[in-house]
Write a new protein. Structure first.
Lengths: 328, 451
């Protein structure tokens, strides 16, 4: 019985303490409701299509756009351009080339040298060398995918060498050279991902570039995707790295360039489109189309194409030989 | 002492205790108000109360003015300065990161350490600017955003750096993302914070200059009451002067004049500090923000090479704000506000260096247009004597010097203004006590005559 008093005291104390505990609620001293993630400038979800291929029925054209205008005669010697557009460019002293500066392996600014480099940039050098005898007489005009056709129409650039898929819709507005590389659309995902097909990505965030053929393909995908459109391909890579995209889908060559920058991503699945790359040239400059086709033929003939391919793309994509030019 | 016998009835009982304990006097009021000594007692109590009230209100008002001036000098102005320093450091960090990217290869040591200093300075300025946002929710929101996003920005720049060192174009993408965050969120928040601090500074300057009407009205009332009482006493007692009340009147008059003159001096000083100091600094801050934006636009035009937002168009749009000979040029505006030749000269140097910078910029654009991209980059970021980087560094230094001169002017004028109030509070209290004593003794003397 002597224990009763302390016991009662303990019970009272416990009741008192529990009562205390239930009356006060701790306030979060610095509440954070949402965390805003940084985003590449211009990235947008499911934007409306900006490329010409949104037209209902694409026009037909020879060989689905792969056939270009046949060159006539041999290349004129550098510095002796015939009258017409080629003479104009020679007299200007600079080739205005619409390029990409953010796509590894094709057209990118090498951060160590500050120079533009890549498989596409090699093509620009070949054209400049054929016109001036100097491969560096170039004024680069970096362009977004969506601005390529406009830049050619307004004469802002002489050529566009920028992973540019030749198709009939685009032929309606501009000319293309012969095909110098054939890519195909595939998927790039995180190494841990089990995705191998577009069909597994319904409702998921798939990144691509505004104004590209890949964008149009993804917009029509079934089941529907959340298409995240960016201004440059590098923006897609960083969105994947930052966990803001589940996959990237575009031409395998471009994807290979991303995989080369990050060992934690992988290319998966088969090609589900064919993307023949041509050099874009303004509609009225047919003499230039013939000239550029001659330059491409020469490049393929003397091994420059192969050397360029081996330098940039072979380590990531494997062996390939130059495409056979088709003409209309 | 007694010369004439009073005409009225003998004093009511209890009058003697009146002055010792005013409370009991109040109790007697109704009973004794009908008699002259009673009336005199009421008048004395009223006058003393009014004196105490006037002294109290005046002392409090003056004390508050002094506190506000101290607050201006110790908090408001340093906060506005910290907010503008924050903007400058952030903007410079961003332009420096872009310059380092443009320079190619391993970034130059000078640019690296400049970026690091900018970020450290931004952190320090942000800590200062955050220290006193008070309950201003708009300012709180800016500080929150800045505190949350600054580490994100810095981490993006580091990721960009890592990728650049490996030769990957993903680095450029991270840098663009960082730059977008800076331009779209962080800098606007820093700008808003500065505007808030500047508006609060101006409001407090106005507040300190406002005339303490309540005190003045009370003092004038008191004065009128004192004079009326003396006239009443003269009529009743045939005595021309009551020494106690005369002393009280002089004391009240003295503190009224002293207070008014001191207030006018103080207000003038604060106004000078506002006009020649903080208003000048404000125009210079706006000019500095414009030049920082111009520099960022120039660097980014080279980074994006025309692919991306229209930075060059933005440059063209901002350019008139710091060029030309009219008041549309913020620098000309600032020069017209300068209070000394030295500051005017410094601003003139800023104008000259800004013109040199704009010339360098035009050369860069021409080189880029002619396809000489690398030369354009060199002209923008290398430290040749005619490069944009050199001219910009000079003009930024001019602006900083002029800005500091403006701040110094503010400080000097405001401290001078504060000195005008020195001794006024204890002086006013002493004079009020003197007046109260004068009233008490003066009336007590008359009351004694009724015994």
């Amino acid at each position: 019985m002597r224990n009763r008093m302390p016991m009662a005291a303990v019970i009272v104390m416990a009741l008192f303490l529990s009562a205390c505990g239930s009356t006060g609620t701790l306030a979060d001293p610095a509440p954070v409701n949402t965390v805003e993630r940084p985003r590449p400038v211009g990235a947008a979800e499911n934007p409306t299509a900006t490329s010409g291929s949104a037209a209902p029925a694409p026009p037909s054209c020879p060989a689905d756009g792969r056939a270009s205008i046949r060159p006539t005669g041999p290349l004129p010697p550098p510095g002796q351009m015939p009258d017409g557009n080629m003479r104009t460019i020679q007299q200007r002293g600079l080739l205005k080339a619409g390029v990409d500066q953010n796509t590894f392996l094709f057209g990118f600014r090498n951060p160590n040298t500050g120079q533009l480099e890549g498989f596409d940039i090699d093509r620009v050098h070949e054209i400049a060398a054929a016109i001036f005898g100097d491969p560096n007489k170039i004024q680069y005009v970096p362009l977004a995918s969506a601005d390529r056709i406009e830049a050619l129409k307004t004469g802002k650039v002489d050529v566009v060498v920028r992973t540019f898929t030749a198709n009939c819709t685009r032929w309606a507005d501009i000319n293309f050279s012969a095909i110098y590389y054939v890519a195909g659309q595939r998927l790039l995902v995180d190494k841990s991902s089990t995705v191998t097909d577009l069909k597994q990505l319904g409702g998921k965030r798939v990144c691509t570039q505004t104004g590209s053929t890949s964008f149009n393909t993804l917009s029509k995908a079934d089941p529907k995707l959340v298409v995240v459109a960016t201004k440059t391909w590098s923006d897609c890579l960083i969105m994947l790295q930052q966990g803001q995209a589940d996959a990237i889908s575009t031409d395998d060559g471009i994807l290979a360039g991303m995989a080369a920058q990050d060992p934690n991503v992988k290319l998966v699945g088969n090609r589900f489109t064919q993307e023949p790359y041509g050099i874009g040239i303004p509609k009225r400059n047919e003499d230039m189309v013939r000239f550029v086709n001659s330059v491409l033929e020469k490049s393929i003939r003397d091994g420059a194409w192969q050397a360029s391919y081996n330098r940039w793309l072979r380590p990531s994509i494997g062996d390939a030989s130059p495409p056979v030019p088709e003409y209309r | 002492m007694v010369v004439t016998a009073p005409r009225e009835a003998p004093p009511a009982p209890g009058t003697r205790r009146v002055l010792g304990t005013p409370l009991s006097a109040v109790r007697q009021l109704t009973r004794s108000a009908g008699t002259t000594p009673g009336r005199l007692t009421v008048i004395a109590v009223g006058l003393v109360l009014l004196t105490v009230l006037t002294g109290l209100v005046g002392a409090l008002a003056l004390q508050q003015k002094q506190t506000t001036i101290d607050n201006l000098v110790e908090h408001r102005e340093p906060l506005a300065a910290a907010a503008q320093q924050l903007y400058r450091s952030l903007s410079d960090a961003d332009a420096t990161a872009a310059s380092a990217f443009l320079s190619g290869g391993t970034e130059p040591e000078a640019l690296r350490s400049r970026y690091e200093r900018d970020i450290a300075q931004a952190g320090a300025a942000l800590a200062k600017a955050s220290s006193d946002v008070g309950d201003d929710t708009q300012a709180q929101a800016q500080v929150q955003l800045l505190n949350q996003q600054l580490p994100v920005y810095a981490s993006l720049v580091e990721t960009a750096r890592t990728n650049n060192r490996q030769g990957f174009p993903a680095g450029a993408a991270y840098l663009r993302e960082a730059n977008g965050l800076m331009r779209d969120k962080i800098l606007p928040a820093a700008n808003t914070l500065y505007r808030i601090d500047f508006v609060r500074l101006g409001a407090e300057q106005e507040d300190v200059r406002s005339f303490p009407w309540a005190t003045v009205v009370l003092a004038v009332l008191l004065l009128a009451a004192l004079i009326a009482t003396q006239m009443y006493l003269t009529r009743r007692t045939n005595r021309l002067i009551n020494i106690g009340l005369a002393v009280a009147t002089v004391a009240v008059l003295l503190s009224l004049i002293w207070g008014t003159v001191a207030m006018l001096f103080m207000s003038g000083g604060v106004a000078d500090g506002q006009r020649n100091g903080s208003a000048l600094a404000e125009v210079l801050v706006r000019a500095r923000i414009v030049t920082l934006k111009l520099r960022a636009d120039e660097t980014l035009t080279l980074v994006t090479r025309g692919d991306g937002p229209d930075y060059d168009g933005d440059f063209t749009k901002l350019r008139p704000e710091v060029s030309g000979d009219t008041e549309a040029n913020l620098l000309v505006q600032a020069k017209n506000l300068a209070s000394s030749q030295q500051v005017a000269d410094e601003i003139q140097s800023a104008i000259n260096n800004t013109n040199a910078y704009l010339t360098a910029h035009d050369r860069i654009r021409q080189l880029d247009k002619d396809g000489k991209y690398q030369e354009a980059v060199d002209a923008a970021i290398k430290d040749a004597p005619d490069s944009a980087a050199t001219a910009f560094a000079k003009l930024d230094e001019n602006l900083l010097n002029a800005l500091n001169a403006g701040r110094q002017e503010f400080l000097n004028q405001t401290l001078t203004a504060r000195n005008a109030l020195t001794g006024l509070v204890p002086g006013a209290v002493v004079l009020a006590l003197l007046a109260a004593a004068g009233i008490t003794l003066g009336v007590a003397q008359r009351l004694r005559e009724y015994r």
